[in-house]
Design a protein around this ligand. Sequence first.
Ligand SMILES: Nc1nc2c(c(=O)[nH]1)N[C@H]1C(S)=C(S)[C@@H](COP(=O)(O)O)O[C@H]1N2
Ligand SMILES: [Mo]
Length: 430
Amino acid sequence: MTHSSFNPTALDYVAGGGLMNRRSLLRAAAIGGGATFAGLTIPKGARADPLIPDWVKVAGARARGYGMPAEQEADVQRAIIEPYKEVAPSFSISGTPHQKLRGTITPSGLHYELHHGGRPDVDPDQHRLMIHGLVDRPLKFDLDSLGRYPMVTETHFLECAGNSLFNAIMPEPMQAGCDVLHGLLSNSEWTGIPMSVLLDEAGVKPEGRWVVAVGNDGPSLARSIPIEKLMDDAILALYQNGERVRPEQGYPMRLLVPGFEGNMNVKWLTSLWATDAPAHTKDESGEYTELLADGTSVEFTFGMGVKSIITHPSSTMTMTGNGFYEISGLAWSGAGPIRKVEISADGGASWAEAELVQPVLSRATTRFRLPWHWEGAPTLLMSRAEDLTGAVQPTRSDWKARYDPSNFLHNNAIQAWQITAEGMVQNVYA
Ligand SMILES: Nc1nc2c(c(=O)[nH]1)N[C@H]1C(S)=C(S)[C@@H](COP(=O)(O)O)O[C@H]1N2
Ligand SMILES: [Mo]
């Protein structure tokens, strides 16, 4: 089999371990000599027979009301992650299989799930949203009345503060895929009503500095949110990737506070209670506080840190021989757009800047990519993201040093993948 006869020149290399200039990919076809990345060349003089498979000889299937992925893709599923199954059976989690996806939008059926009391079966006709407390006009809405309000459409990531928890607390790196290790991150196009429109209509009093958002599920998940954030860019999301918000994501409505920890994005939203101070609910005083190395704890870590993961290749994958690959991954930050992603293929000794796939949106995932020539030798791959505020991803040891060893929240440390000489991709701490 002639495979990957593409031979990069010395000029194409920009860092150790075979990392190439991010523009090399575009030039590769022009390198000449009949070079290919991985396509099989048909020998000169051989017949290139057109394929006439069976399916072209029969009538195709009829149109259908709601399309589904190809049957052969049935194994592209969320990973069910149940570390608390024994103690808290209703605490239900699934992770997005990033290693099986490309692009940036998470298909709605693969958006991660985190339910503190399972997924409630909300009746949209009975569901109401109330805005009350320190307001001039307490208001009540049903789904129909909300449909008349002006709506915006924005792409944003959601990330659970507990994402990447196994890498935070396991003494040895867990050998699992990106779905289990980093799957509590997803990215969707959300459409809904700017929160400022609804809060202005209710007329929040000057003393109303905080709003407690409450969900219509068993645990009545409740979070205190500063009024500034709600007035700035929060959305009452009614649609997800063009269709109604999925039951898993809070049907028929959820709060979206872009860039803030997943937990604050209250699903099945039923109450917005304007107050003069945070309520210190169980969800923010007990859960979702971080214990620091000095024994104190932080209660309100709203924004998600700058972070990136290489999804291709990533742990549990196997390389299909040495030669050309494109390294690809996702970067995001709760503070704003990604400015730069660097990749190292020699354990951090040298770094090369990846291409950011446009558009680079604020508080959304950005895909990055970089051509790479894997020599078939052991390689340590890492990615390091920087956002527009200049914040850079920490190493795992720097990140760990800040916290008590038990803390698993807000882990945005650099992920390292070890590629063995045999081409196995493994999770390692570096
Ligand atoms: N009402 C309610 N809202 C909720 C939750 C919940 O259990 N109940 N889980 C929170 C947590 S911890 C996260 S990380 C996100 C998860 O959103 P998703 O399931 O749509 O991915 O929703 C948050 N909002
Ligand atoms: Mo979460």
